[in-house]
Each structure stands twice: as C-alpha cells, then as structure tokens.
Design a protein around this ligand. Sequence first.
Ligand code: NAD
Ligand code: G6P
Ligand code: MN
Length: 441
Amino acid sequence: MKEYSVCIVGGGSTFTPGFLKSFVRLREKFPIKKLVLFDIDKERQELVGKFGEILYKEHFPELDFSYTTDIKEAYSGMDFIFMQMRSGGLPMRQVDEHIPFAHGKIGQETCGAGGLSYGLRSVVDMIKAIYDIRTYAKDAWILNYSNPAAIVAEALRREFPDDKKILNICDQPENVIRSVSRLLNVDWEDLDPIYFGLNHFGWFKHIYDVNTGEDLLPKVKQIVKEKGFLPQDAEQRDASWLDTYGFVEKMLEDFPDYLPNTYNQYYLYPEYKFSKLDPNYTRADEVMASREKRVFSECEEVIKAGTLGDKFETISDAHAEMMIEVAISIAYNKNNRYILIVENNGAINNLQDDAMVEVVCELGINGPRPMRVGNIPQLYYGLLANQVSSEKLLVDAYYENSYTKALHAFTINRLVNDVTVARELLDALIEANKGYWPELK
Ligand code: NAD
Ligand code: G6P
Ligand code: MN
C-alpha cells in the first residue's frame, strides 16, 4: 500500500488537533509517512505543532511529523494538501459579522455581506497559496474547505481552469446526513442522499436507504415535526449550533418539499434571524470563547504535561474523518459518494453551466463525477440564480478591481438587497479590510 505525504495549510487552526488524532485512528485505511503543518502564524503553529509532536511520539512514532512557516518545506513532495486557512483570522470574522449588524443586516461568515467580505480576503490568499503549492508540488491533490467555499471555488475555477486536482468541499451536507442517521437510529453510511444547491445553500431531494431503496425523506420530515432536529454530535455543540439545527423544523414547515441545509436559515429568514442574534456577540465571539479556547487549552495542557494522558478520545471527529475519507476515496480510487462543490455543466439542468454547485459526486483517482438532478423547480432556481450572481460578481470585482462589480455583488445578495445599504456596507468593509482586499476603484 502506497504511503502518502500530507500537508495541512492552516496548521494552527482550531480543527487541526482533531485531524491529528484522526490520522492516528485512520492509519490502517490511510497510511501516511509524512505530515507537515503549515501556517503563516508562527505562534499558533508552534502550539498545535508541539501538541502534535507529543501525540505522535505516543501514538504514531513512525510518522515523520513536522511543522513550519516555510512554504518550500511545507509543500515539497506532498501528495495531499488539506486547506483550512482563515484569511484575517477570527478577529476579522468578528468584523465581517459585526459591521453588517451595525447596518441592520446579517453578516454571517459565509452568507450575506460577511461572506462577501471574507470572500475577497480568501480569494487573494487562496490564489497565492495555490501558486506556491504548484511551485513545489505540481501533482498534489488540493482539498480545500477554507471558507467561504463557494466564492473560493468560483475564483479557483477561473484562476486555474486546467488544474484538475483542486477539489472544494464542505462537511455540512454530511453533518446533516449524520444527524438524520441519529434521528432514524441507523448507520449514516446506509443513507444515500440526492442533494442540490450551492455551498451552504442547498437541499436534500431524497434520502434513500441503501439496503431497501426506500426514500426515507417523508419519515425524516415526520420525525422532525414530532421530535425536532439535533446535530449528530449534539453533546459537543455550542448553543447557537443547537438553535441552528432546531430551526430545520421551522424551515420544513414553510418549505416541506426538501430537507434544507442548516445555512438556508440566513437566506430565508433574515429578519427573524436578525432579531434573534446579539449584534455584540456573534458566532465569531462564541468561537473564540468556546472552540478556540477549548482546543488551545488542551494543546497547552498536553505540552505542559509532556504527555497526552487520557486526552486521546475515542469519540470520532466527523469533520476530520470526512476530509480524510475524501482523500482515501481519491488515493485508492474508491469512487465513494460525497457531496462536493463542482462546476455545474448540466448537473442542475436549468442552472448556468459555469456555476459552482454542490451535488452528489462519485470520487476517485481522476476526481469527482457529478450526478445529475435534472431541472429544479422555479423557487429553488430563483434563489440559486440570485446567489450565484452575487458570488460571481464578487469574483469579477476581484479580477477587475471594480468597485461597481462589488457594489452589484452586495446589492443583489438576498441578505443586503438595497443599493444604499450595499454602498454603506461596502465602504465600511473596504476600510476594515485594508491590507487584505485588492484595491477597488
Ligand atoms: P482558525 O482561525 O482557528 O484557523 C485558521 C488558521 O489559518 C490560523 O492558524 C491562521 O493563522 C491560518 N492562516 C490564515 N491565513 C493563512 C494563509 N494565507 N496561509 C496559511 N495559513 C493561514 O479558523 P478555524 O475556525 O479553525 O477555521 C479554519 C478554516 O476552515 C476556515 O476557513 C473555516 O471556515 C474552514 N472550515 C470549513 C469547513 C467546511 O466544511 N467548509 C469546516 C470546518 C472549517
Ligand atoms: C460547518 C460548516 C463549515 C464551518 C463549520 C464551523 O461544518 O460547513 O463551513 O466552517 O461548520 O462553523 P463555526 O461557525 O462553528 O466556526
Ligand atoms: Mn461549510
């Protein structure tokens, strides 16, 4: 079995320790010989890196593990590169979420003005990172889930049209499927979904039982109505995530056709969500107070103790495991099914070909093979065409350094939807993103 070399970009991310443990748990299925963490922030990288050294000394001593802030060291000889950078860090996520609030709008990290703000930062940094990677690892598979994944995917599609080894992925559809499996008390791998949409704006059209072929969606809707909806890993979730999953019940009441992605709440209920959210304490604040604190204190404790002790939990890290399984499906040409972000080209028949859509794909050594969902009804078409336009206009703004295109992207976005507010928001975000965004003239 070939042994692979792997790099994680954003090695200081709150998600990295979960990955490091998952590489141990999955070592039989995905034998890696070398793992390098790369980050531009030396301090964050060192903290997670030192944790990794102790983890692997105790649980995977044969692994050649290192961490670095040097791109050549990071990328040379790599087979798989997992990308989880947060351009501007959590403090800029706070800006993306707080500024729109001050203008009466929702600023989520991937939806609305917040997503557009983060989008322009990510496009700049992701394009640079991919040129760096291709300088040192021209054949590596690049698995990107840095957000906002929809906008990043659109920019990478344009910048690297011939590069067939860049894959954009989000774990949320699989998180929803795992949550459905908890609800039905079945194994999530026995659920075979049909899904369509854009990243963070999609729906499950069917959820088949792989053993019987029965469409379980009607049953799922009924149980959600009776019992509500919880994430599969509810016990480990912050309050806002429990609210988010719980809100699926309301979305199903109003739109009973399909099971929605949880992020649809922002696009479909912006006024309600706005009234419920605290403008001074958004998700960025919550992440800094919870996930970031929890993960980094665990690293600090392990480093201080010099041992992992009982901190090598056996509970699964669904996010990391999904991303590693994706690499396995490519590496061993398994053609397993994943919901991936790909160029449409007819997968959603009545949506433009060059939209980056999220659909079920078979994934093997030559990349994703999307499955067709046919025509989607007018309501969904209208919602998606509008959002595709906003995302594409933002990427136009990047390429043309165009203030006007950015203004159009904000104006057409459902979570802004007013040209005066769009202009105010854009001006405020230009100021806040100095040094990150390209110049818009
Ligand atoms: P974080 O801020 O804790 O970690 C991000 C790390 O990236 C930081 O250590 C930062 O220094 C580093 N970084 C920033 N710019 C970089 C660059 N140009 N090159 C290399 N490293 C850089 O953030 P987080 O909450 O852990 O999330 C990390 C990323 O993963 C975010 O983009 C998040 O949205 C994404 N994510 C996506 C999914 C998905 O399903 N699509 C799931 C989980 C996380
Ligand atoms: C889900 C989404 C990701 C997002 C992650 C964490 O998995 O699909 O895109 O990055 O949640 O979100 P949070 O708000 O907890 O940082
Ligand atoms: Mn996502």
